[in-house]
Structures are given as structure tokens and as C-alpha cells.
Write a protein that binds this ligand. Structure first.
Ligand code: ZN
Length: 448
């Protein structure tokens, strides 16, 4: 397959009339244009590095005020109640819809932080990795790149309290988790460039033995953990371990480039700099963090210290790549009362945001993508230069217009591992996937 890009952002900068040849899911040549699918602007496409697919089906259900002040914790109670209605068919249909929407937003793959493993009440399905298999089915149907992160969830809090109600569907001891992980990895191996990583849920939900096990189960594979998202979590971990979450993790584990700390909204200056220097990725979810009232990640300090980062849509309350990047920058502007907070001397804000998310997302997902170069997995996105928001824009301004003025409607083509999954702005399987999703949503309403 051949692509003719009228403009492309290559590792060395912008280039005109670039030809990209893709074979077997990889880029095999980058050179002068020689025909093929024509796109106005070609970019390497990012991985969405943090998602809980099933939460997409709760969007718009949790914005009422209860008695007292609503918070992350009251939201979590609603989430637990909701997920007890979901069966494997529902999860597969929702995950497929989520992947379609992510692709249309410009992502080429997702790192799915997957913790809904068991039946309501906690009994295992006859196939222990049933729910993981459903996520893999959705990736297969939509052609969307997948890094599956089976989640280890052992306890209700740092004090070792037992799991309650909704959490029973997540729970495993180390031995049973090992079997579940094997089953999940077997399913993922069906996917052309699928990756199986691992996710100890958080320092609240996983003990030290669990963390060690997660570190060893897949040497070198991505390891993701929710960390320093909420003030109450920082207090609980500090009381139990005598150190703040990021501080404790850096002091007790070899946190390196295979690690991804999700959120990191509650860090001290010293933790921010130490995490940046570790080589780990900070997994930022600005839309969800705003929705849940988590706080503001210190992007200026982290990026200034050379930290790697990427973005994820987490709760999937809204799936928008442009808005995720925009909100990251705007949160810094609002806090510091400045402009162009993440731009550097050479590159504009939009370009720094785009390249940061592309490189960090690929690292966090363990995916050999992240640039338009020979040998890379062909995760590519084409922008529609005929769109009004891009009229008269060139070079970095294209990305600035996409992030700050535009929306996901600018995404015209997406290739995931060389599979042409979005054409003319629509996912090729949208019709059937959307029909099934609508049926699932109607059914869930009846079961409320
Ligand atoms: Zn999350």
C-alpha cells in the first residue's frame, strides 16, 4: 500500500510530497511521492494510553448532585453499581464502539487498563479470561491496535480490607491472576501487533507481593499503575507506607521506561522531577481528570525536566484527541496565567503536544510506532486540509489549528498497524458496531 502525503511531519520536521510505502503493517519506505492514497497532511498517530472501555456506557449518567459534596468517591460508587449490570456481550459491544470513536478521533491504538474480569458477585467465568477475550474480539472487529493491560486488584485499601460489592468483579489473588494473565496473553497473540502488559491497579488495591509479581510476570512489557490521582489516596498511602505514592514507588521499585504512572496529579516538585528523570511515562487524562475533579498535573515542570508523557481517555466520558491535548495546555495556562506554556524555542505548542503524545503513547503501549520512519508500525493519521479550520495553515500552524481551533472532524484517514480503519472521517465498521451499541444501551436502561 502506498500513501502520497502532500505534507508530512517526519522526525526531521515538515516535508512536502512524501511517499510512504506500507507492507505487513509496517512502514517499509519513506521517500518522494509516487502515487497511492492521497492525504493533505500525514502524521504519526498516537496511542490512547489509558482507557476503561466499559465506562463509556456511563457517560452522562453521573452529573447530578447527591446529598453532600460529589467527588471522585461518590462517582466511584455509581460506577460500581452500574458495572454490575454488564455481561460479556455488553462489554464487547461497548469496547468496539469505543475503538471506533477513538480511531475517528485520530488515535491508532489503545492501552486498555482492563479490570472487569469476573461475574457479578465475583465468580469466575468458565473461561477465566472471558472478559479479556471480549476486548480482543472488539480489537479484531475494528482493526484497532491493542495493548491489553490485565489488572491485578487484591484488596479494598492499604489496610488490607476485603473487596466489597462491585469490586468483587475485579479481584484476584496472585495465583489466580497468573492464570487469568496467561489466558489474556493467549487471546492477544491472535492480534497482528498486539501487546500484553500488566497493570497493578494502584498502591491502595495491590500489596507489595502483588507489585513484585506484576513486575515479573512479563519481563520488559509495559507496566501501568494509577498513582497520585486523589488527595485522599496520597494520605492513605502516606499513612500506610510512610511516603507519598510516587515517592514510595520510586524508592522501592526500579521504575524505568516500561512503567507508566497514570494521572500523577498529586505530586510534589521533587516527585515531579524524579519521575521525569526515571524515564517512565506520565499517563495524563485531562478530560477525565477535569470531570472527576482530580487536580492539575504539573506539565510545565515535568516536560521542562525532560519527562515523557502521553494522553488517555480513561473514563471515556468524551473521546477527543484534540480536546485532550488542548485541555492539558489550557490547565497550565489557567494555573500559571501564561500562554504557550508547553511550547519550546523551535516548536509551537500544538506540535510539542502532538509529538509528546505520539512518542510517549508508543512507549507506554510497548508499540513500535511513534514516527514516520522505515520499520515502524504503520500508525498514521491524515488530516483533511480542505477543512475550514486548516485554510491557509502550514507547518506547525496545522497542529495548532487542529488542537486549539479544530476538533476531531479534521481527521480524515487513520491507519492502525497498516489497516486503513478510518476513511473520509468514518470508521469502516461504524454502522454495525454502532447499531449493536445502541441495542446494548437500550437493554441496560431496561435493567436499571
Ligand atoms: Zn483509570
Amino acid at each position: 500500500m502506498l500513501i502520497h502525503a502532500e505534507r508530512a511531519l517526519l522526525p526531521g520536521g515538515w516535508a512536502a510530497d512524501v511517499g510512504v510505502r506500507v507492507e505487513g503493517g509496517r512502514i517499509v519506505a519513506v521517500g518522494p511521492a509516487a502515487g497511492g492514497v492521497r492525504v493533505g497532511c500525514l502524521l504519526a498517530a498516537p496511542v490512547n494510553l489509558h482507557s476503561h472501555a466499559f465506562q463509556r456506557a456511563m457517560a452522562g449518567m453521573t452529573e447530578r448532585r447527591g446529598a453532600g459534596q460529589d467527588s471522585f468517591w461518590t462517582w466511584r460508587t455509581l460506577m460500581y453499581r452500574f458495572l454490575d449490570r454488564l455481561g460479556p456481550e455488553d462489554v464487547e459491544a461497548i469496547a468496539a464502539q469505543v475503538m471506533v470513536e477513538m480511531a475517528e478521533a485520530g488515535y491508532a491504538a489503545v492501552a486498555e487498563f482492563h479490570y472487569l474480569h469476573h461475574q457479578p458477585g465475583g465468580a469466575v467465568y468458565s473461561s477465566i479470561a472471558e472478559m479479556s477475550e471480549r476486548i480482543v474480539n472488539a480489537a479484531e472487529e475494528t482493526g484497532f491496535g491493542l495493548t491489553l493491560l490485565p489488572v491485578l486488584y487484591q484488596r479494598g485499601g492499604c489496610d488490607g480490607r476485603a473487596l466489597t460489592s462491585g469490586q468483587l468483579r475485579f479481584g484476584n489473588d496472585v495465583e489466580r491472576f497468573g492464570r487469568l494473565w496467561e489466558g489474556a496473553a493467549r487471546a492477544v497473540s491472535r492480534l497482528p501487533e498486539g501487546v500484553t502488559g500488566v497493570a497493578p491497579h494502584s498502591l491502595r488495591a495491590v500489596d507489595v507481593d502483588g507489585l513484585r509479581m506484576a513486575e515479573e510476570i512479563a519481563p520488559g512489557a509495559p507496566i501501568h499503575i494509577h498513582v497520585a490521582e486523589q488527595v485522599a489516596e496520597v494520605e492513605e498511602v502516606s499513612a500506610a507506607y510512610g511516603a507519598r505514592p510516587v515517592e514510595w514507588l520510586l524508592g522501592n521499585f526500579v521504575v524505568d521506561g516500561r512503567w507508566c504512572g497514570i494521572h500523577c496529579t498529586q505530586m510534589t516538585e521533587a516527585e515531579t522531577i524524579a519521575l521525569a528523570r526515571s524515564g517512565a511515562v506520565a499517563g495524563l487524562c485531562p478530560i477525565t481528570e477535569a470531570n472527576l475533579g482530580d487536580g492539575i498535573f504539573d506539565g510545565v515542570r515535568f516536560v521542562g525536566a525532560g519527562g515523557h508523557w502521553g494522553v488517555g481517555s480513561d473514563s471515556n466520558v468524551r473521546i477527543s484527541l484534540a480536546e485532550e491535548l488542548r485541555l492539558f495546555e489550557y490547565s497550565q495556562r489557567l494555573r500559571d496565567r501564561g500562554r504557550a506554556m508547553l511550547a519550546d524555542g523551535e516548536r509551537s505548542t500544538g506540535r510539542v503536544l502532538w509529538e509528546g503524545a505520539v512518542v510517549g503513547g508508543a512507549q507506554a503501549a510497548g508499540r513500535a510506532s511513534g514516527a514516520i520512519v522505515e520499520g515502524a508500525v504503520a500508525d498514521l493519521v491524515g488530516l483533511d486540509m480542505g477543512n475550514l479550520h486548516l485554510a491557509g495553515r502550514e507547518g506547525d500552524e496545522i497542529l495548532d489549528a487542529f488542537v486549539f481551533a479544530g476538533n476531531d472532524g479534521l481527521v480524515s484517514e487513520v491507519w492502525s498497524g497498516g489497516r486503513h480503519v478510518v476513511t473520509g472521517g468514518r470508521h469502516v465498521a461504524r454502522e454495525g458496531v454502532e447499531r449493536r451499541f445502541r441495542a446494548v444501551m437500550a437493554g441496560l436502561r431496561e435493567r436499571m
